[in-house]
Ligand binder design. Structure first.
Ligand code: NOJ
Length: 463
């Protein structure tokens, strides 16, 4: 990787005129105002209030205050020349109890955000569910309760009816693998549930809800682009011993194939992860067909790769990740390996013929940032973004589908169980004063995006 941040050996033009450039955020991580204007509690409000769940006892009651600062932040998106802004809707702001009465003040908030984006010439992209389930629904079992399908579709319908006149790009869910895995199996994310029963039922109901929600959008908004997003990491075996290779294949199926394959009509990857067979317990007549949807696009979100080895002691999968800290590789503040080739491998992996369009809906890095003389010189983030983007370009040039790239994230914000320690933003936030400082990475992205692309051949202008 280059250490000189000015030295970019590629430019925006190489990605083509239609390539979508953007930045992504999520409601719970940025909004704050957790109990303002009629908002109900979400599972994350409750989880963060519990002792010991979040590093340093942080919570997102205020975070970077996007609820109030949205104009300032959208102005910054404009200043950075970013044409597309992906953000999520908080279900509990719209339906404080998850179902039933609609909170008009919540709808008004998103109308303000959407309208301000449009006023500034920025295309708003909406994620309908980014992990913040209304707490009242969790009291009824949350994603483990099959009724969630009807709760979710009712919520999707309200979003479509309220915002569909202005929103063209929709993502039904964000990283179902992470919220079911961390939230319903490992217990390290909200709602903090554990065990196979919770995990498998949550997976199945999430897939059914994602598809049912997509169908609602398609029916109500026939001209919209309907997508959903998945986390993914390049998986490699620790050695080429057959046991490690099989273990890696199992983890690859679990982390990279679990949700996309049923959606594409290929079913859950039970052959490679035999324990998933138990999921059939939660099937009802007709479910097979209802796992499938012809999405207009798929968003993939990649940060790193994982190395996997056989482990006799790990239940269900007999596989374990070899921590990046133990591998003498460059690390981010999340202790994730910096491995640019991972994004290239993931674009290749998601080259299923059934996928029409693929966007990178998240990529970015947390590094320690320091303010020196009013500036944040985050060279490592600039290097990271450039190196990953070069791999995106390589995949594109080899003919793989990839139609856009969104940086995670706009401003430093609440990083779930890690609290405020990891800073992922292109813009630094002083959480005491809410002051924002555009980091060197933000300035680099702004410069990169500034380059004009002539989508109309020049000679046409001569007529
Ligand atoms: C994926 C998630 O969608 C987002 O919420 C999170 O902050 C980033 N990855 C970084 O961990």
């Amino acid at each position: 990787m280059e250490s000189n941040i000015q030295d970019i050996t590629f430019d925006k033009k190489l990605f083509g005129a239609d390539f979508a450039w953007g930045v992504s955020t999520a409601a719970f991580q940025v909004e704050g105002s957790c109990d303002i204007d009629g908002k109900g509690q979400s599972i994350w409000d409750v989880f963060t209030a519990k002792n010991g769940k979040i590093l340093n006892g942080h919570n997102a009651n205020t975070t970077c205050d996007f609820y109030n600062q949205y104009k300032k932040d959208i102005d910054l998106i404009k200043e950075l020349n970013i044409p597309n802004f992906r953000f999520s809707i908080s279900w509990a702001r719209i339906l404080p109890k998850g179902t039933g009465e609609v909170n008009q003040k919540g709808i008004n908030h998103y109308n303000r955000v959407i309208n301000y984006c449009i006023e500034k010439g920025i295309e708003p992209w909406i994620t309908i569910y980014h992990w913040d389930l209304p707490y009242d629904l969790e009291l009824k079992g949350g994603w483990t309760n099959r009724e969630v399908i009807s709760w979710f579709t009712a919520y999707v319908k309200i979003c479509a009816q309220s915002f569909g006149d202005r929103i063209k790009y929709w993502m039904v869910m964000n990283e179902p693998g992470v919220f079911t895995g961390a939230g319903y199996f490992l217990g390290i994310h909200a709602p903090g549930k554990t065990g196979l029963k919770n995990f498998l039922s949550a997976i199945h109901h999430t897939t059914l809800s994602m598809v049912a929600g997509a169908k609602v959008l398609r029916e109500l908004l026939p001209d919209a682009q309907i997508g959903t997003t998945f986390s993914c990491s390049y998986i490699e075996p620790y050695t080429d011993k057959p046991k490690d290779v099989v273990a890696a294949k199992r983890i690859d199926a679990l982390l990279n194939r679990l949700f996309i394959e049923p959606v594409l009509g290929l079913g859950y990857p039970i052959k490679d992860v035999p324990v998933l067979k138990t999921i059939e317990k939660y099937f009802k007549a007709g479910d097979e067909a209802n796992l499938k949807f012809d999405f207009d696009f798929i968003g993939i979100q990649n940060y790193t790769r994982e190395i996997v080895k056989y482990s006799f002691f790990t239940p269900y999968v007999s596989a374990a990740l070899v921590k990046a800290q133990d591998r003498a590789v460059p690390l981010t503040d999340m202790k994730w390996e910096v491995y640019p080739g991972s994004i290239y491998q993931m674009i290749k992996k998601f080259n299923y013929p059934q996928i029409k369009k693929l966007y990178i809906t998240e990529n970015g890095a947390a590094f320690p940032d320091y303010v020196t003389d009013g500036e944040v010189n985050d060279t490592r983030r600039v290097e990271y973004l450039q190196a990953y983007l070069k791999e995106v370009l390589k995949a594109k040039n080899e003919g793989y589908k990839v139609s856009g790239y969104f940086v995670w994230t706009l401003t430093d914000n609440f990083e779930w169980a890690e609290g405020y320690n990891p800073r992922f933003g292109l813009i630094y936030v002083d959480f005491d004063t809410q002051e924002r400082i555009i980091k060197a990475s933000g300035r680099w992205y702004a410069n990169f995006l500034k380059q004009e692309i002539l989508s109309v051949p020049v000679w046409e202008g001569l007529h």
